[in-house]
Ligand binder design. Sequence first.
Ligand code: NCD
Length: 410
Amino acid sequence: MESKHVLSADQFSLSCLVRLYQKTEKISSLLKNRQGRLLLKQVMNGRTMGLIFYQPSTRTFHHFSLAGFFLGASVGAERGVARDLPNGKVEWDLVFSSQMKGEYPEDLVRALGRYDVLVLRHHQQGFVERMADILDAFGYATHVINGGDGDGEHPSQAVVDLFTIFQCLGCVERPDFERLSSTSIAFIGDSFMGRTVHSLARLLGPLGVLMRFVSPRVLSLPEACRREFAERGFRCEYLERIDDLTPGETMFVYNTRIQVADYVWEDRAHITKLAEEYMLTQEVVRRLRFLAVMHPFPRRKELPIWLPDDPDTHEISIDRMPEAQYFRQMDLGPVVRAALLWDLVAPEIGIQDLEEAQWAESFTKQCMCGKVFSTILGWAERPQPYSRYLPKVASCPYCGPRRDGQIIHV
Ligand code: NCD
């Protein structure tokens, strides 16, 4: 990673994205067998990661946690509890921390500055960046990852989403960035509060993707984002209704829930009802001929669930249609986040290093006892140059029936 922290989707260069996707592929293949899984644990062996989530989370929290486990990191975590404000809004407290004794958040992060990585989620936009600034100002080496800051950004989700788009386009081995300029995406739902939308748009905009923001006026992209995207030459269109989309002209749909709890409006029922108008049903997906539907989750009414014991849901839910790519997107979460952690914390370990180690492992310590290496010079107790290794054998002088083999000492 070119930068010390991951705070915004803006910071991912093309070369960084290519590297992340190559690492994602490598991690996926290593996770398939025991030997690969053990090897992967070398990447963050001895490193630590703290997950500090004021706001609730299922995927981002557990997927970062899993990513850390895949790479051999030790993971510590703390999560917040909701507190209702007099204005009807909600904030979150870390009830087991000294925040409850009035601790400054700046002191809290300094206390956590011995973690190699801190993934932070908070209800205020800019909070995570501020904490990263504090750590930098006081010389901490900690890498900070923005796990979602208010209605700001959610960069790790955007990287997961872009990888899903490449998988849907069938170009994962070689992510084809040029192809994206002939691709279009419709962001349907809450583009106002939706930080996943803000981040994904910042990844796709510079790549020339045509972005259609479909939402009622109250939930449309914030004015500041509109202005910024226009200045940066992103291809954006703003529509108010799903029916304003022309059939067959939008490949991807990125659906989001309406974050009702985060709006202070007298008529929340009205907002809840809007979700029904923006619902993606089988009929809508077929009529508008979308290639793939994505959703960062959690979902509410806008994307009806399929339940085995409820035949009504079978008529409307798209869960079992091939266009439903949101479960694939969810599955990719831990692996892509592992690639992100690897690139951030251990950039000195290249993909080739793991490949060489994997290759060497397959030749060495072939015996169940794992005590010696079989080489062209005989049995060796110490690791040898790769060119000397011989293929696997059934037994060695330590554990085989003939225990009189010569061990070479080099
Ligand atoms: C979202 C989030 O929290 O930003 N989910 C996620 O992290 N994958 C979306 C939401 O809360 O609606």
